[in-house]
Design a protein around this ligand. Structure first.
Ligand SMILES: [Zn+2]
Length: 205
């Protein structure tokens, strides 16, 4: 399955000058089919808790700079820290985009996504997915809510966890191109994704 490309309207000069965001249902579908579904080409059982989760995806027309780094992707637990009409505005905006206020939101830079390699794109999206973990109880057992659904929470993650992704890509059969790409590029380039993730940068701050 080909990876989704951002809509042209987000790559136009206007969208570079005045950055915009747009819902990315095609990116959501692709992430589910590629990483979460058991039949996915790059299925990762470590994301099993995300299969029925409430995550939405967005494109942002441009990367942005924060603390001297270029942010290419970000994962957040949606919190409406607002009241009154401010809250109404935020909720309305989310409903117009997604039909509801989602629990988690992953945003990736369209300008970068349009140009980067397949490997880099997969690494970026999976990096953001890795930020959403299943909460554990006091004994370290995975937590479920009253409906039997996994309780999800944000987590930071270090370089070690991320190089696991590269190791995994290298080990999967049937993705020869990706393996070749993963082997060709230095591992450090992959672990650098954390340097290009708004969520990671915020965690460091
Ligand atoms: Zn990150």
């Amino acid at each position: 399955m080909n990876r989704p490309t951002p809509p042209q309207s987000l790559l136009d000069a206007e969208a570079i000058l005045f950055p915009v965001v747009a819902p990315a249902p095609e990116l959501k579908a692709w992430a589910h089919e590629t990483f979460l579904a058991e039949t996915g080409e790059l299925h990762n059982p470590q994301h099993a808790h995300l299969i029925d989760s409430d995550i939405e995806f967005m494109w942002a027309s441009t990367a942005f700079e924060k603390k001297g780094r270029v942010v290419l992707g970000q994962c957040e637990q949606v919190m409406l820290r607002a009241g009154g009409w401010h809250k109404v505005r935020l909720e309305q905006q989310y409903r117009e985009w997604f039909g509801r206020v989602p629990k988690f939101l992953i945003t990736v830079a369209a300008d970068y996504s349009a140009e980067c390699s397949d490997t880099d794109f997969c690494a970026l999206v999976e990096h953001e997915l890795y930020h959403i973990a299943q909460a554990v109880d006091i004994d370290g057992e995975p937590k479920f809510n009253d409906e039997g659904m996994p309780v999800l929470t944000m987590r930071g993650h270090d370089v070690e966890e991320f190089t696991d992704i590269v190791r995994r890509y290298g080990a999967s059969a049937g993705v020869a191109e990706m393996v070749a790409a993963a082997n060709k590029q230095p591992t450090v380039a992959k672990s650098n994704i954390a340097r290009a993730c708004g969520t990671c940068i915020r965690a460091v701050a």
